[in-house]
Ligand binder design. Structure first.
Ligand SMILES: Nc1ncnc2c1ncn2[C@@H]1O[C@H](COP(=O)(O)OP(=O)(O)OP(=O)(O)O)[C@@H](O)[C@H]1O
Ligand SMILES: [Mg+2]
Length: 269
C-alpha cells in the first residue's frame, strides 16, 4: 500500500533561492509526526508542498500515491486537511456557521448532513454559529479555522503551528482532539511546531529540518534527547528531557514531569 505521504528527492526554491535541496521522507498511515526546526528552516514550505500549493522543481511529493504534479489540488484537498500558519488565510465567510458549512456545500453534502456536522463541530470547538470570525480573538479564529478543516474528517491533517495564539487550555483541548482522531480513526497527522513541550507531549515521531535538510528523523523520545541534532538545528529541547540528561544514567527514562517526580522519589529512597 502506498504511504500516506512521501517526499521523494524533492528540490524546491523560490526563484533562485534554493530552500529544499534534496528532501526525502515517508509518513505511513496512522503516524503522528512533528516537523521541527528554527525560523526559516523550510517547515511551511514543506507543508505547502504537501497540498499542491507548491510543486517540487525536481523529485516528487506523493499523497496516498498520488503525485501532486499529476493530480488536481481538489483531489488532494479531499485527502488533506490543511491548517495554515495564519488562520486568517483560510477564513472567508462572515459567520462561523457559514464558514463551517461552506466546504461541505462545495462538496455537495446534503443540507441535513451539513447541519448535523456543523453542530457537532460547534460543540467540539466551543464555537458560536453567529460569531463573525474577523471580530473574534486570535485563539478563536484559530479554532474556527481548525474546525473548518477537521469537519471534513481528512485522512491526513497538516497543522502549521496549530497552537499559535492559543492559551494553555485551548492548546490542550485542540491537541487532545487531534490525538483522539489519530488514535481512534488512524488519522495521520503532520504538525509543524517550534514548541518542543507540545512536540514532546503529542508527537510519536519527529523530523528535524535545518536549512532545508533533514538532520534527524526518529521516535520523539530519541530525538528529544539528541542534543547534538537539536543544537545543530538551533532548536531548544523540551525542559524535562534536557534536565534528565544533566542528571545522568539513572534518569535515562525520564521524559515527562510524572517520570521526573517518580525518579526523584526513587533517588530519595
Ligand atoms: N513566498 C516566498 N518567496 C520567497 N522566499 C520565501 C517565500 N516563503 C518563504 N521564503 C523563504 O524560504 C525560507 C523558508 O521559509 P519557511 O516559511 O518554509 O520557513 P519556516 O520553517 O516555516 O519558518 P517559520 O518558523 O518562521 O514559520 C525562508 O528563508 C523564507 O524567507
Ligand atoms: Mg512557517
Amino acid at each position: 500500500m502506498a504511504a500516506m505521504l512521501e517526499f521523494d528527492h524533492v528540490h524546491f526554491g523560490y526563484g533562485r533561492a534554493v530552500i529544499l535541496p534534496d528532501l526525502s521522507f515517508t509518513i505511513e498511515k496512522g503516524d503522528m509526526v512533528a516537523l521541527i526546526g528554527a525560523n526559516g528552516a523550510g517547515k511551511s514550505t514543506v507543508s505547502r508542498l504537501c497540498n499542491g500549493l507548491l510543486l517540487p522543481s525536481k523529485g516528487h511529493v506523493r499523497v496516498t500515491g498520488m503525485d501532486t504534479k499529476k493530480v488536481r489540488t481538489s483531489a488532494l484537498a479531499r485527502k488533506i486537511g490543511f491548517l495554515f500558519q495564519n488562520p486568517d488565510r483560510q477564513i472567508c465567510k462572515n459567520t462561523v456557521y457559514d464558514e463551517l458549512a461552506f466546504g461541505l456545500q462545495v462538496q455537495g453534502v446534503s443540507e441535513a448532513e451539513q447541519k448535523e456536522r456543523v453542530e457537532k463541530a460547534l460543540e467540539t470547538f466551543h464555537l458560536d454559529p453567529k460569531w463573525e470570525p474577523f471580530t473574534r480573538s486570535r485563539g478563536e479564529r484559530q479554532r474556527i479555522a481548525l474546525a473548518s478543516v477537521l469537519i471534513h474528517e481528512p485522512e491526513l491533517i497538516i497543522l502549521d503551528e496549530p497552537t499559535t495564539g492559543l492559551d494553555y487550555r485551548e492548546c490542550t483541548e485542540i491537541m487532545e482532539y487531534v490525538t483522539a482522531l489519530n488514535r481512534e480513526k488512524q488519522t495521520t497527522v503532520l504538525m509543524v511546531s517550534h514548541d518542543m513541550e507540545l512536540v514532546q507531549s503529542y508527537a510519536k515521531r519527529v523530523l528535524v529540518l535545518s536549512g532545508g535538510q533533514l538532520l534527524g528523523d526518529g521516535p520523539v523520545r530519541q530525538i528529544m534527547k539528541d542534543e547534538q541534532t537539536l543544537h545543530a538545528a538551533k532548536v531548544m529541547p523540551a525542559q524535562i528531557p534536557a534536565l534528565a540528561l544533566r542528571f545522568g544514567d539513572t534518569f535515562s527514562d525520564v521524559y515527562t514531569v510524572a517520570d521526573m517526580v517518580a525518579a526523584l522519589e526513587k533517588e530519595r529512597g
